[in-house]
Design a binder for this molecule. Structure first.
Ligand SMILES: [Zn+2]
Length: 442
């Protein structure tokens, strides 16, 4: 079906108009093995990435997204390629012999340099030095700032991420910490990500963190935070176990092996979600539950965004609308305003804004526009009201189970909900709230 498109874009990009140069449609990455040696004091990185991929077509040339670091060596299946070029964003590799369609191949890239964020339409994204440490915020195109990758959410893979740095620092990454060892003042941390992960959700956090483990059901979680914020963090996250259990009840079981929360010493403009992780700034903890809404939002992304990932960026309401609706569900659950009251409030606020975007295809510059979040949540609330709570949440649980660790799109959501509930109204709700700019009434 997409064969001609793939041929056109195969060695250039994934063909997503929101990020025209991002990704590559000619192969699928299956596994990333990243070995990073980093010095916080000097921001120097020495690294090796081994990418296992499967060709979707004969490849005499393919690309990886990669920005800002120097390539030392590239091998494809252990052999030097006939040509390697590295522009500002793309590493283009011509293997010595054409890779056959369906063949599994391995690319080794050794690289080094001073990692820094990628300039993008969404600001600087990717590897970022903090006052005393590191944070990676990859959405939507920042992964290329620290490892060569097929940087598009339609291509998820498993990972092994090993990071060594000065022993004074704690390193946090995605997945499960499988080993840690120290030698000569440096500590090496290894993380295994066994569920498929989108590149933009890969992260590294390095800082002087204290760690507190919580073994409670339904999922173990870890809090990482600067010691001076201990009291505030423990207060603000005291209901996290209850929140995870509540969302697991509404959305289906938590999709990953663990959950980590990192609170940085630095202030951050917004909290960030990553695979199995959420990142908050010191300004987001006040010791008075002031960020409850944001804690709920980032947790909900583990289901909507990280487990169920959009296959193209224009459908981002399926991530942000759901995470926003989870905020309303949590407020209702903890005895605050009902989701219905919040829907009325936010419909009123949206009504005061210009109707110049279509939430289901907002354009790259409006991907993170508040109307994408609020109208997405309003669409869900309208569907919930029409189906009733029992049918709505049963369909939601079936949907997150059926698409677990996979890809989603607006059409697929409408088809799934219509079929599961037998309701013919779902397409209409999505069309009115998400696919047109006029604002419907609740
Ligand atoms: Zn979000």
């Amino acid at each position: 079906m997409a064969q001609t498109e793939r041929t056109t874009y195969g060695s250039i990009s994934a063909g997503d108009p929101y990020i025209p140069t991002g990704g590559n449609g000619g192969y699928r990455a299956e596994h990333y093995d990243l070995n990073l040696s980093y010095r916080v004091a000097t921001n120097r990185l020495n690294a090796t990435a081994i990418i296992t991929a499967r060709a979707l077509m004969p490849l005499d040339r393919f690309s990886l997204d990669f920005a800002g670091l120097s390539i030392e060596k590239v091998l494809v299946n252990g052999v030097r390629p006939s040509k390697v070029t590295h522009s500002s964003r793309k590493l283009v590799i011509s293997p010595a012999t054409t890779i056959a369609a369906e063949a599994v191949f391995e690319v080794m890239v050794r690289y080094r340099g001073a990692p820094h964020p990628v300039r993008s339409a969404w600001g600087d994204v990717g590897w970022e030095e903090l006052d005393d440490g590191v944070l990676v915020s990859g959405q939507p195109c920042g992964a290329a700032s620290w490892f060569p990758c097929n940087d598009h959410p339609s291509d998820k893979a498993t990972y092994r991420i090993e990071i060594a740095c000065e022993s004074a620092y704690t390193v946090v990454s995605n997945g499960v910490l499988s080993s840690r060892s120290s030698r000569s003042g440096r500590t090496s941390w290894t993380f295994d990500v066994r569920e498929p992960m989108a590149t933009y959700l890969a992260t590294v956090l390095i800082g002087r963190y204290r760690r507190r483990d919580q073994a409670d059901a339904p999922v173990a979680y870890n809090l990482y935070f600067p010691a001076r914020l201990a009291t505030r963090v423990e207060t603000d996250f005291a209901r996290l176990t209850e929140m995870i259990a509540f969302f697991a009840d509404r959305f289906g079981s938590y999709p990953f092996a663990s959950y980590s929360v990192v609170v940085t010493e630095d202030e951050l403009e917004i909290p960030l979600e990553a695979h199995g992780l959420a990142i908050f700034g010191s300004n987001h903890v006040d010791g008075n539950h002031g960020s409850d809404r944001l804690i709920a939002h980032e947790l909900a992304h583990q289901w909507y965004g990280n487990s169920l990932t959009v296959a193209r960026w224009q459908d981002i309401w399926l991530q942000e609308g759901f995470a926003c609706y989870a905020e309303w569900l949590w407020e209702e659950q903890r005895g605050g305003r009902t989701a219905d009251a919040l829907a009325v409030l936010h419909r009123g606020r949206v009504a005061a804004l210009p109707r110049d975007i279509v939430v289901g295809d907002p354009g790259p510059h409006a991907m993170f526009d508040d109307r994408v979040y609020k109208r997405g949540a309003l669409a869900l609330h309208a569907i919930r009201k029409s189906l009733g709570d029992e049918a709505f949440f049963a369909a939601l649980r079936a949907y997150t189970a059926a698409r677990r660790h996979g890809q989603v799109s607006t059409d697929d959501f409408v088809d799934f909900f219509s079929e599961h509930t037998g309701s013919r109204a779902i397409g209409g709700f999505v069309a009115r709230w998400v696919q047109q700019s006029a604002l419907p009434s609740l």
